[in-house]
Write a protein that binds this ligand. Structure first.
Ligand code: IPM
Ligand code: MG
Length: 362
């Protein structure tokens, strides 16, 4: 049966990196006969410019009927002065929320070839393989009331609400514990239960859920300590499960352990295998159009798409191996460059992965 993939390239470097991932998908389809249909849609600033909305109805409909969504990046200085309701980021948050993609997987894996690209010492990061599970459709990102109001004394006050329902904590808890069963069976739940009631409940519910997984070890850590531990001794972690905002921050932090934020893919899943896949980095306006963006996070996101939404784990492994082969060949975009390697741009990096993939299939 034909699988339908909605492709939303978005803004900034989004179109450049997505083009490379689609080359890789074409190659997989040609080599394996995988039957996929691509449909492009607008999201973020590009959608706002074309239609006045960062998430047009047509894009939402496309996302809903597709088997999976591949997204580039959204946002940029051009749209920063817009009202919050129509900012590019709203398009992304709207998709996550409307598609019910509550479970966000952000694997931080250090490819051994990039051990020198990390700003941390080799022995601290070599062999790193962490899975950060971020709750993605609730918490302070979506809680109400929110806004900026004027107080009676004329001073303005900004406010947001951190809320979690038990059911929202429970379902991401189950996701994390299930993922841990396929790994080292250790989950560290990160909260700020010493200060924030919402995360005191988070901790209680995580403990309840974990009782159903006696084979998985659950531990707890405050977020400030977790940030420190991530740079001090990151290999102590297997799966980290945390709230929407803490996960946003900790995953950027973890990305630097792997050498570059340009290496980290992500999957955002609902309860039924439907997912949206995107690199965890942003639209990188500073390098847009220069042809030097690293497409590997997007290519690795495509691998996750094949694994989690299309049940094509063999193709996913081939892509991951092709990325490793390209790195083995010394090919590097500037963000992961180190002395003695071959520095290339976005397109040749994509070509190198495609060539390695062809070799792997032949
Ligand atoms: C991410 C990004 C987004 C987020 C932005 C672009 C809204 O930082 O996916 O980590 O904060 O979730
Ligand atoms: Mg982020």
């Amino acid at each position: 049966m034909t699988k339908k993939i909605a492709v939303l390239a978005g803004d900034g470097i989004g179109p450049e990196i997505v083009t490379e991932a689609l080359k890789v998908l074409d190659c997989v389809a040609a080599e394996t006969g995988l039957d996929v249909r691509i449909e492009h849609g607008l999201v973020g600033g590009a959608a706002y410019d074309a239609s006045g909305s960062p998430l047009p109805e047509a894009t939402l409909a496309l996302g809903k009927e597709a088997d999976a969504v591949l997204l580039g990046a959204v946002g940029g200085p051009k749209w920063e002065s817009l009202d919050h309701a129509v900012r590019p980021e709203r398009g992304l948050l709207g998709l996550r929320s409307e598609l019910g993609l509550f479970s966000n997987l952000r694997p931080a894996i250090l490819h051994p070839q990039l051990v020198d690209a990390s700003t941390l010492k080799a022995d601290v990061v070599s062999g790193l393989d962490i899975m950060i599970m971020r709750e993605l459709t609730s918490g302070i990102y979506f809680g109400t009331p929110r806004g900026i109001r004027e107080l009676s004394d004329g001073e303005r006050e900004g406010f947001n609400t951190l809320v979690y329902r038990e059911s929202e904590i429970r379902r991401i808890g189950h996701s994390a514990l299930r993922i841990a069963r396929k790994r080292d069976r250790r989950v560290c739940s990160v909260d700020k239960a010493n200060v924030l009631e919402a995360t005191e409940l988070w901790r209680e519910v995580m403990i309840e859920v974990a009782e159903q997984y006696p084979d998985v070890e659950l531990s707890h850590m405050y977020v400030d300590n977790a940030a420190m531990q991530l740079v001090r001794a990151p290999k102590q972690f297997d799966v980290i499960v945390t709230t929407n905002m803490f996960g946003d921050i900790l995953s950027d932090c973890a990305s630097m352990l792997t050498g570059s934020i340009g290496m980290l893919p992500s999957a955002s899943l609902d309860g039924n295998g439907k997912g949206m896949y995107e690199p965890i980095h942003g639209s990188a306006p500073d390098i847009t159009g220069r042809g030097c963006a690293n497409p590997l996070a997007t290519i690795l996101s495509l691998a996750m798409l094949l694994r989690y939404s299309l049940d094509e784990s063999d193709a996913a492994e081939h892509i991951e191996q092709a990325v490793a082969d390209a790195l083995d060949a010394g090919i590097r975009t500037p963000d992961i460059y180190s002395h003695g390697m071959k520095k290339v741009g976005t397109v040749p990096m994509g070509d190198a992965v495609v060539a390695a993939l062809r070799r792997a299939y032949s």
